[in-house]
Design a protein around this ligand. Structure first.
Ligand SMILES: C[S@@+](CC[C@H](N)C(=O)[O-])C[C@H]1O[C@@H](n2cnc3c(N)ncnc32)[C@H](O)[C@@H]1O
Length: 290
């Protein structure tokens, strides 16, 4: 610890935990203490404050929306990469193939409609992978009303996602074919091409609050996000996803996450892949009519 680092007491850590739980549903375990102290130290000092207590007081009273957002941004974990947990993308490609083969697809604006939501998209690698996997396989999707929504509670990562520019190091582990989907504006950077960026809408959205999104969706990716939430919060969020998914469509969650599928209106179809059941098949419906 540097000499001028402000120390974090047990009580202050508890106040910070309460605050981030209330703001973003994030449950911070004891092991996160050093990380929290180091992430917030600079912010507290930049505010001219000399303790974490004073900082939480400031957040509780009188802090601007921006200041409250800086606090949230500092405590999120944004680790992600292109083609992470890649069997989900293979499954999605197969499913969209089935949708395309349907004689009467749902339509919007006179075109067949396809909607996918990446909830907790971090810096955008997940929704761009969805776009690359689908457009790489089905170029005819350019004639569809196809949109991908990427949202995250952290406003900074949403800005990065919308730029679609990454380090060349992010190509590590990708096949030549996957890497070839990117433009190379400089020797150190890669950029998602315009025809893929045009499919995207990125916006800040806190899963704990209102969801100003237009469903229904054909797939929702919410991977490695609910791992930071407690069970009750996870259940509430999965139920809300169920209400926004078309019958037979899919929810993809992270490899270390799980849910009680049938109670929530899903059935487990593959590793961390959940299919939305018809309403009359679900426990949710039975509970509602009880
Ligand atoms: C580890 S990243 C996962 C990114 C991507 N889904 C993946 O699997 O590669 C988790 C993301 O969840 C976001 N997050 C945490 N709490 C959230 C909330 N309440 N609402 C929306 N996003 C949240 C974080 O900001 C972070 O970017």
């Amino acid at each position: 610890m540097a000499d001028d680092e402000i120390k974090l007491s047990d009580r202050e850590f508890d106040r910070i935990r309460e605050r981030i739980y209330k703001d973003a549903g994030i449950s911070l375990g004891d092991a996160k203490r050093v990380l929290v102290a180091s992430r917030l130290n600079k912010i507290v000092r930049a505010k001219g404050l000399d303790s974490f207590d004073a900082y939480v007081d400031f957040l509780d009273r009188g802090a601007s929306r921006e200041d409250r957002q800086v606090f949230i941004n500092a405590l999120t974990t944004n680790l992600t990469r292109f083609y992470r947990e890649d069997h989900h993308f293979d499954h999605l490609v197969q499913y969209v193939g089935q949708l395309m083969a349907r004689p009467n697809p749902l339509k919007a604006n006179g075109k067949p409609r396809l909607r996918i939501w990446s909830a907790g998209c971090s810096t955008g690698q997940e929704p761009y992978t969805i776009a690359m996997a689908l457009m790489g396989k089905y170029p005819q999707l350019k004639n569809w009303d196809f949109r991908i929504l990427g949202t995250d509670v952290d406003t900074q990562v949403v800005e990065t996602a919308a730029r679609g520019v990454y380090s060349v190091n992010d190509l590590e582990g990708l096949s030549d074919k996957q890497a070839a989907m990117f433009e190379r504006p400089t020797a150190d950077t890669i950029r998602v091409p315009d025809h893929l960026r045009r499919l995207m809408t990125f916006k800040p959205l806190n899963l704990m609050g209102k969801w100003p999104v237009k469903g229904p969706f054909d797939a929702i990716f919410c991977r490695n996000v609910t791992i930071y939430f407690d069970k009750a919060t996870q259940t509430r969020i999965f139920e809300r996803f169920a209400a926004l998914l078309n019958e037979g469509s899919y929810l993809y969650i992270g490899h270390s996450e799980s849910m009680k599928a049938e109670e929530l209106g899903f059935c487990l179809e593959g590793k961390t892949i959940y299919r939305r059941l018809a309403v009359q098949q679900t426990g949710m419906q039975q509970r509602m009519s009880a």
